[in-house]
Ligand binder design. Sequence first.
Ligand code: ZN
Ligand code: ZN
Length: 383
Amino acid sequence: MTIPAARSVRSVVRSLTRAVLVVTLASSAAAAQRPRTSIVRHPPARVLDCTAPCTDSVTVKYLGSGGILLRHGGDAILTGPLFSNPGLIEVSGVLPVHARTDVIDRRMAAIFPDRQGIAAILVGHSHYDHLMDVPYIAEKYVPAVPIYGNATMLNLLASWPLRGRLRSVEGTAGDSAREGTWIYPKAEGPHATHTRADSTVRFMALRARHPAHYLLPPRSRGWSLPLHVYRREQREPATEYPATAWEWAEGESFAFVIDFLDERGTVLFRTHYADTPAWGANGMPPRSLGRFDLAALCVGGSNTVAGEDSIPTAMLRRIQPRYAFLIHWEDFFVPQTADPRPLSVLKKAIGPYQQRVAALLAPDHWSLPAPGDVARFAVHPRR
Ligand SMILES: [Zn+2]
Ligand SMILES: [Zn+2]
């Protein structure tokens, strides 16, 4: 139970934070109107293709924001995409935001027609840019597939008629020191098509953490205050759909290890995916999981944390991926484009970020993709 005084203090704090956010977003919006600084993409706007004989391959398609489609043959995993892209002022919390079904339908037709065999939809945390479009996409385009995320996701979407498809990973996640439980999504629930023994795709959640969104003023001026928005958890089942960006509460954050397997259960290709940055031990897998094939690295948010210079270096050193695919870097407050500009808060940080990746991976082993780009990687079974 909450006493009224505590509730009113909380609502004052929330209103003040919203006011600061509106001012911050308004100044970001003004900055976004200025002539664009061109971003140097390394390698420039090039899509990776197999660097080795490619009789067996894994493809990853970038859908924008935290969305990727990872595919090996008839198995695929989708991570929460965002096609509605509400503007900066809309997401300040004072205006309604909603999934724009007309835009989603157009983007699905243009960049996401290949959705056969999707075994699961994974959502690392419940902010609008990772979860708001998922119910419509799941309902219309990816039927009968389980959706995995945090407990807040289940409570936010408690009024969704298809809520029976939602699963929490909070009880099965591992962390940087110990493995969690492998989940075989094709062997789960009433629509299971496989058993665990004959599943050729599986995943494991890992505990991660969401950093602040903004620094006020930006770190380059010395002292700064972190502004972390939409941070709360939703602890009770909501009776209505979230109506504002503010109501898409963050909840706990998770990264995922995604494995494609052969029929004997041998790992063919191991991917690390996160929709939050690889920050300290957050999202870091335990050493027992060994070397990875691909890291889908979230660039957004990496600029606001202490130790920024170790992102994503520490993660790349731990998992030693053959390839890296840099995601959630582009301005998602405007409609998707094949030639995106970076988030305004990343303009200075994205060059050094790419240099840190380039220090550890050869140029044809990593990419900063635009929405719709596809990379293809040869499979080398070695476990
Ligand atoms: Zn977020
Ligand atoms: Zn995000």
